[in-house]
Design a protein around this ligand. Structure first.
Ligand SMILES: *Cc1c(COP(=O)(O)O)cnc(C)c1O
Length: 353
């Protein structure tokens, strides 16, 4: 009784989210610092004013505030360029359902965020994982013409590598393609450049963002996409009517409003990323320079699983990621940037294992 494509697929496996333990949790790129106190205050106030009514289906308060904030970052957009989602995973689902027909295909550079594959499987469409070079650069195969290609996912910065394509490189990819490109900017607040400008000049470029990482709000579930108003209007038909709830809209609006809190948080994470990278190298790892809040590392011994397990036994959870068959190596470890104290614990364990 199940759809063939659902029965065949394995399903996305999120990183471990252990409950009620005192682990040093460096496996799913959450912010080690809490969100702005104004976020919690806004959620309380929204709860106090009652939850018996449905939320604003368009999350207007957030879109208005976000448009103003993005303008200060030189992106000339208005609220009709923004659509909100229940996390950016919801945005990715909406985008996939809007653009990709049965029998068609999607493409993404690989290794990358594994949800793209899952979304294609749920949609029942073909997915082409285009291998990156061992140094994570993306070849022209990503833009090779294909009549069936209807969507390209491009995580930028990428995960698990933390590597960043410059806006000009993303523009070249978008221009070479006939289908839309979803630039997944989940980690962009930790990077030096972003691709919002491309949305203005190319209607096939969509940029998704999340409050889960840089704003310290993974538990709230709020993301958004920036695209031209004609594109947003089509996406809006596909989303659930009330995909963001009253509390998350209130919290997210307060979060994007507090740019000083964001800047402070990002500065702390960037300083610690530097120390983590240097510490991993001192422990014998080969690291990839990161534009995100994590560092991808491989060890010449190849003993990534053993290192992951040994750290876990000592109470430090990191992400062991496999990509069998990739020319850049079969697996490695991704370390989220934590607090200085968490880095200390990690590095002292690595010195002995
Ligand atoms: C964390 C992450 C997301 C999902 O973010 P949510 O807003 O929490 O759903 C999307 N894309 C990438 C590449 C991520 O790492």
């Amino acid at each position: 009784m199940f759809r063939e494509s659902i029965q065949q697929m394995t399903g996305y496996v999120p990183g471990e989210q252990p409950r009620g333990t005192k682990l040093v949790k460096l496996n799913t790129n959450e912010n080690p610092y809490p969100p702005s106190p104004k976020v919690v205050a806004a959620i309380r106030a929204a709860a106090d004013s009652g939850l018996q009514r449905y939320p604003d289906p368009q999350a207007t308060a957030f879109r208005m505030r976000a448009a103003e904030v993005l303008k200060t970052h030189n992106a000339e957009i208005t609220p009709d360029w923004i659509l909100c989602g229940n996390g950016s995973d919801d945005i990715l689902t909406i985008v996939t359902r809007t653009f990709v027909d049965q029998g068609k295909s999607v493409r993404y550079p690989w290794p990358t965020y594994m949800l793209y594959k899952t979304l294609a499987e749920i949609q029942g469409v073909r997915h082409e994982a285009v291998p990156c070079e061992p140094d994570w650069t993306i070849g022209y195969e990503l833009t090779a013409p294909s009549p069936d290609l209807q969507l390209v996912y491009l995580a930028n910065p990428n995960s698990p590598s933390g590597t960043l394509l410059a806006p000009g490189e993303v523009a070249a990819i978008a221009d070479a393609l006939e289908c839309p490109v979803l630039v997944d900017e989940a980690y962009v607040d930790f990077a030096e450049t972003n691709c919002l400008d491309l949305v203005r000049t190319n209607e096939r470029v969509l940029v998704s963002r999340t409050l889960s990482k840089s704003y310290g709000l993974a538990g709230l579930r709020f993301g958004y996409v920036v695209a031209q108003p004609d594109v947003i209007a089509q996406l809006a038909k596909v989303k659930d009517s009330y995909n963001c709830d009253t509390l998350s809209i209130a919290g997210a609006t307060a979060a994007i409003d507090d740019q000083a809190w964001l800047a402070d948080n990002v500065a702390k994470v960037l300083a610690e990323r530097q120390r983590l990278d240097a510490g991993l190298q001192a422990a014998g790892f080969v690291t990839t320079p990161s534009s995100a809040n994590f560092v991808w590392a491989t060890h010449p011994s190849g003993q990534h699983q053993a290192i992951y397990e040994s750290l876990k036994e000592s109470g430090v959870l990191v992400r062991w990621i496999k990509h069998h068959g990739w020319a850049g190596g079969d697996d490695g470890l991704r370390f989220s940037v934590g607090t200085p104290e968490q880095t200390d614990v990690l590095l002292s364990l690595l010195a002995t294992c």
